[in-house]
Design a protein around this ligand. Sequence first.
Ligand code: SAM
Length: 350
Amino acid sequence: MNKQLEMLIYKLINEQGLSLEEYEFLIKNRTIESARLLAEAAVKARKKIYGNTVFIRGLIEISNICKNDCFYCGIRRSNYSCQRYRLTCEEILECCKEGYGLGFRTFVLQDGEDSYYSDERLLPLLKDIKSLYPDCAVTLSLGERSRESYQKLFDAGADRYLLRHETAEEEHYLKLHPENMSYVNRMRCLKDLKEIGYQTGCGFMVGSPYQTNRQLAMDLKFIETFRPQMCGIGPFIPHRDTPFGNQPAGAVELTCYLLSVIRLIKPNILLPATTALGTLEETGREKGILSGANVVMPNLSPVSVREKYRLYDNKVSDGAESAQCVEELKKRMEAIGYTIITDRGDINKY
Ligand code: SAM
């Protein structure tokens, strides 16, 4: 293997960080051999902390109504062919009840950016979930809100918050979002979330339009310096009714490569093998886990709305992607040597 690549991998393992130029080199010059070496080291690092366990999260897509118009997203405001829905608090509690019975101990509440879920509505809901299921964690993924709102939701019991930064380069951010959305505000949100005390997750799409290796290197540098507790990365997949409908999808191979690098940057990070990975390839989830991921998030939304939360074409929500089929997921994980456990699955601070 290229000596320089090999040296960079050892540096990453030992120092948990590289310079921007080095990250870029690692991406640009990747080979099958460097991917193998990185995955091996990433799996070793993750096993040292989490053993063979895989954490599961029950993903409840509470609404696909969105005020934003992100160019890549199938539930963007301007997509008039998207059939909109919103779950009531009672329906969300029903999902939690079913999920608890299936062994889920984390519920992830994700929406578009739907102002229906005001603090006044969310605070009693959070209190209900936490009092009914005190052994469960709640993760929110409700987009950009004020610091005050994040604080109130945290005080009401929310444990974690997922907000992908989407790209760590402002110019690229502007190419993916309309003018009224701001990179600076997104970063403000992430900073607030972390300061408030949430287990905070950032993340980005791999292969999003206009993305360069330099920008991916900047994403890695951002993760290295921001030190999130979670990181969601998955391939970009086009949705036919968006401005990026004709753009090519990102690659499973590069996504897995970056999963390994991120595991080595922060060995205890909670790293999901995302639905997008499982959508592009039947064994995408397994490939993610074998590259260093340690979380899967099956869909716990009511079956009647699953088809409507379509961020990209052909998004899977059945089989191992469905919370009801957690037994199938268990078998698939066991087949590659991993065990799904019933646990909140918090970050191991070690
Ligand atoms: N509204 C919340 C937010 O903005 O954080 C959560 C929902 S948002 C739809 C969740 C994530 O889906 C986004 O952060 C984005 O990275 C991802 N996503 C959207 N469209 C996608 C696409 N076409 N391909 C892959 N991922 C996509």
